[in-house]
Design a protein around this ligand. Sequence first.
Ligand code: SF4
Length: 117
Amino acid sequence: MKIEIKISPDGLDLPKEIQDGIPVDKMQDACPVATQDPMINAENKQVAIDDFNYGPSTNPEEACGSCTAYNITPEMLECIGDDSGMVGYCQMYKFMCAADNVCDSYASGGPIEDLVA
Ligand code: SF4
């Protein structure tokens, strides 16, 4: 899997970003801010709910756990601090999402398990 990191200005066009690549995260102590700040995580999650219908998946074949934006690298799991195996980080909308949920932006090809050199 190829991972592309881009720096995008505020007001980015997310559907366009989905085509062009996934925007880079703001980091805090080497972790995305949303994994360290519950308020930011909740805000970003609410955007996914309101604008992209994030919620329970009705199709097990299409869920966050197999989405190309679902990050479960060892480094990310350490940031998340959850060892249930059911929580990862959504690179697209910048929040900690559940493996068995999904949103309108689902794209097969995930999860992200290792960083590519
Ligand atoms: S389906 Fe993909 S883009 Fe949508 S919330 Fe889950 S991981 Fe993020």
